[in-house]
Design a protein around this ligand. Structure first.
Ligand SMILES: [Zn+2]
Length: 201
């Protein structure tokens, strides 16, 4: 299971901060509700493209001594199952869908001038599918604004709440993915077939 931790510094600061396993250690298991702190369980690496970073980062992992399942502590600027950060995708979607720029200009705005245009189209399709659900969920944070479409309303709500704050709320409180869960993890970010294990949120 992946959980997020609030982290607003640079990627270099993040990498130093997670060296200390006690720093953000969960004090209970989010999967079995055992009331004892989790045990540090090493790291894994994942790729990440940020506005000024393209490489891999370490992600700290913990193990629950009760249920023997692992919990990964993802920095909140990262989107689960996507290589590109919240900020990069936000900059692209704002430029393309809110400001009406071309795919190429939106890619430049997202600091990805050489990315294939299909990637941007893929983000747009996922966002469009997710827009009405985002509006409904974010209504808990901000009054819905009048807009010509769910896409525009969702973008405006995300801009007002802040993309990373919204992502943390959606993911941590609702197990909702900013761009929708990939199909193999439907419906709530867990492998299909594990439905009965889902906790109501
Ligand atoms: Zn557990």
């Amino acid at each position: 299971m992946q959980i997020l931790h609030p982290f607003s510094g640079s990627i270099q600061q993040y990498d130093q901060e997670i060296v200390d396993p006690g720093r953000h250690r969960p004090d209970h298991c989010p999967q079995c509700e055992a009331k004892h702190p989790l045990t540090a369980h090493g790291f894994y690496r994942r790729t990440l493209v940020e506005v000024k970073f393209d490489g891999s980062i370490r992600v700290r992992r913990y193990l629950c001594p009760g249920c023997k399942r692992t919990v990964s502590l993802l920095p909140e600027f990262v989107l689960p199952y996507l290589r590109f950060s919240v900020s990069v995708i936000a900059l692209f979607l704002i430029a393309r869908l809110l400001e009406g720029r071309t795919l190429a200009a939106a890619a430049v705005a997202a600091s990805q001038p050489h990315m294939p245009y299909q990637r941007g189209q893929f983000w747009i399709r996922r966002f469009q599918k997710q827009a009405s659900a985002l509006c409904a969920a974010l209504a808990a944070k901000i009054a819905p604004m009048p807009a010509a479409s769910f896409v525009l309303r969702a973008l405006q709500m995300l801009q007002s709440v802040g993309w990373i704050v919204a992502h943390r709320f959606l993911f941590s409180e609702l197990r909702q993915h900013l761009l929708g869960w990939p199909r193999f993890l439907a419906p709530h970010g867990r492998p299909a077939g594990l439905g009965p294990l889902l906790r109501p949120t």
